[in-house]
Design a binder for this molecule. Structure first.
Ligand SMILES: Nc1ncnc2c1ncn2[C@@H]1O[C@H](COP(=O)(O)OP(=O)(O)OP(=O)(O)O)[C@@H](O)[C@H]1O
Length: 612
């Protein structure tokens, strides 16, 4: 049926020129003018309009997604090369958000996965002498292994080579076609294989180089199927005006609005020259463009195990997504192409697209194609996942770019995790062990009567919650560390070690101080658990709780009063080992350098250190 539509329209040959200096489209077809039925979708709870749609056949979204379910996605990573710290960064952030939402009691569906079709994959596979599918299996598994090392608690891992994904893509394509938004045309333009995208000459550097990948784009001419993106210009503009929170951070919204205002061009959604892809329904000489295919992974991932894949079922299991977390490099695909595709197919729009900044190396985006990457596996091996997760979420303001430095990494992690939190817990448990047989004398609620620390902690916990809700992950970490600072201050001001020496009432007061400080650390463990889950689990174990107890913790347990009198703490054991330069944690390199420099003159020492 789809082919019949296309063939009949091919007969109405007319030329259409799309205004681009380089890319000219000559349609062999005439699109039947599309009727502009504008259906408004309403949010089930708020009754506010959620989206526009030109498709008369709309699919109902999951009625529960507004309140109870939180669906969030990372990009589906391209398997042209193994993951690097940039891919890990988005996924760590998504994991912290997912864990926070679970603490709030939401049913979370956290989707990640791999994007496995397209020319770049076929080329990468052949350059290692393997078939595309062998290559995809290998790299996809690399991602899964890394997510395990980094304690990523994803619920769905979708591969775009999954059979269920192909079924959903074909069905979606057919819906868009049935809505009159796909036509066939010749296309000529400059193509960046690394972006898998045709480019405008004005976006390119000298020699037609892609600004992201610094490689020349290739002049290409193909007969392709096109998606009528231009038809959605007005609807997209209106949607963004009506719902400015759709694109976050807010400064990225301006960028998206200016792309749209500058005029949207239809884009080609098939490739005649690429075999490694999903065949276009009713035209197996072409495969579906990798982006058109990959974006649908967010929906096909919602198909329940063992269920017959179909769009209706997938959508009713959690669509629309609450949040697409992406890097700013792929904002246009998510904030312009994707909403238009969804409008065309009659599906709800995701509630938010958040485009974070780049981890950079020498000012350039770290990326697989440039090869200037930082190995997350090595970092986890050297410093542990708690430290890696904490550092990147704390150090890089979420939304902005950030550079990595090992010195900074060690300083931050030691100061915050080892000193402010770990040491506070260890010192307090040591005193409790020595003076109170590791047993709490009273309930923490009683111990805090008349003490300022409780209020300080309550205020800071609220702050942390608000920051998590706003996806200000760095500020959330900062608020939690402030709680630790307040606990340390209380310890130093009250000096319980000297009160214990006085005995009597002073000793009782000291025992209460220990309870207060331990309650503070307990609250830190709940509030920091989205960021550094294993560290927080170890803190809970030190406070005498079982693993099951920790697994069932919710955000409501940041409320003061959890620790009860009579509760027995574990034997004090450091929960976070300081990273020392020159220990195994930095591969012993610094130690070796120091040794070599010892006894030498200042100049010779400087030379040895510089060479190292
Ligand atoms: N340097 C980076 N900083 C932050 N996030 C990154 C970085 N590199 C990749 N990402 C994350 O991965 C997504 C892109 O995934 P992709 O698999 O295309 O990786 P890539 O390394 O950017 O690939 P390439 O270098 O080939 O363009 C980004 O949108 C972002 O979520």
């Amino acid at each position: 049926m789809a082919a019949a539509r296309i063939n009949s329209s091919i007969q109405n040959t007319i030329s259409l020129l799309v205004s681009s200096p380089l890319a000219s489209i000559t349609t062999k077809t005439r699109r039947s003018r599309l009727k502009n039925h504008q259906n408004l979708f309403f949010s089930p709870k708020s009754k506010r309009p959620m989206m526009f749609c030109t498709c008369t056949n709309t699919l109902p979204s999951n009625p529960q997604t507004d309140d109870d379910t939180f669906v969030l996605t990372t990009p589906l990573y391209y398997v042209n090369a193994p993951p690097h710290m940039g891919s890990a960064y988005t996924t760590i952030a998504a994991d912290a958000i997912a864990r926070f939402q679970r603490l709030l009691g939401k049913k979370v569906i956290f989707v990640t996965g791999t994007d496995e079709h397209g020319e770049k994959i076929a080329t990468a596979a052949s350059s290692c002498g393997s078939s595309p599918s062998e290559h995809c299996d290998l790299i996809s598994q690399d991602y899964k292994n890394l997510w395990q090392d980094l304690e990523i608690s994803y619920d769905r891992f979708i591969r775009t080579t999954d059979v269920k994904h192909e079924a959903i893509v074909k069905e979606f394509y057919s819906r868009v076609l049935a809505n009159g938004d796909i036509y066939r045309a010749d296309y000529e333009g400059l193509y960046c294989v690394n972006c898998e995208e045709y480019k405008d000459e004005k976006e390119l550097l000298d020699g037609n180089c892609c600004p992201m990948h610094l490689k020349p784009c290739i002049q290409r001419k193909e007969d392709n199927y096109f998606f009528a993106l231009s038809k959605y210009q007005k609807l997209l503009e209106e949607t963004l005006t009506l719902n400015p929170k759709f694109v976050q951070p807010s400064y990225r919204l301006n960028e998206v609005q200016s792309w749209i205002r500058s005029g949207l061009k239809d884009f080609s959604i098939s490739r005649a020259s690429v075999d490694w892809g999903i065949p276009v329904p009713n035209d197996n000489k072409q495969t579906i463009y990798v982006w058109f295919d990959a974006l649908l992974g967010y929906i096909s991932a919602l198909t329940e195990k063992g269920e017959e894949p179909n769009l209706q079922r997938a959508v009713s299991s959690g669509w629309p997504a609450s949040l697409h977390l992406i890097g700013k490099d792929i904002l246009r695909f998510h904030a312009v192409y994707w909403p238009a595709m969804l409008m065309s197919a009659g599906l709800g729009l995701p509630k938010m697209v958040f485009g974070h900044g780049f981890l950079t190396k020498d000012g350039m985006k770290m990326g697989k194609s440039l090869g200037n990457t930082l190995e997350p596996k090595e970092l986890v091996h050297k410093f542990g996942s708690d430290a890696v997760r904490y550092f990147f979420l704390r150090e890089v303001e979420f939304g902005n770019d950030g550079d990595y430095s090992e010195d900074r990494f060690i300083n931050i992690v030691n100061a915050h995790l080892a000193n402010t939190i770990g040491n506070l817990l260890n010192r307090t448990l040591g005193l409790l062990n020595k003076n109170c047989q590791s047993t709490l004398s009273v309930d923490s609620a009683v111990a805090a009567e008349g003490k300022a620390l409780k209020q300080t902690v309550e205020k800071l916990v609220e702050k942390a919650r608000t920051h998590y809700e706003n996806l200000s992950l760095s500020l959330a970490c900062e608020a939690v560390i402030e709680i630790g600072n307040a606990g340390n201050l209380h310890m130093d001001e009250q000096a319980p070690w000297s009160l214990f020496k006085q005995g009597g009432a002073a000793s009782e007061a000291a025992a209460k101080d220990l309870v207060i400080i331990l309650e503070t650390v307990r609250i830190i463990a709940v509030a920091l658990s989205p960021v550094s889950p294993s560290l927080c689990r170890r803190i809970y174990a030190q406070l005498g709780y079982s693993d099951d107890h920790f697994n069932a913790v919710t955000w409501s347990e940041t409320k003061w009063g959890g620790l009860k009198g009579g509760q027995v703490m574990a034997q004090p054991k450091p929960v976070f080992a300081r990273i020392e330069l020159g220990t195994e944690a930095d591969g012993g390199d610094a130690k070796a350098v120091k040794k070599a420099a010892k006894g030498k003159g200042k100049k010779a020492q400087a030379q040895i250190i510089a060479e190292a």
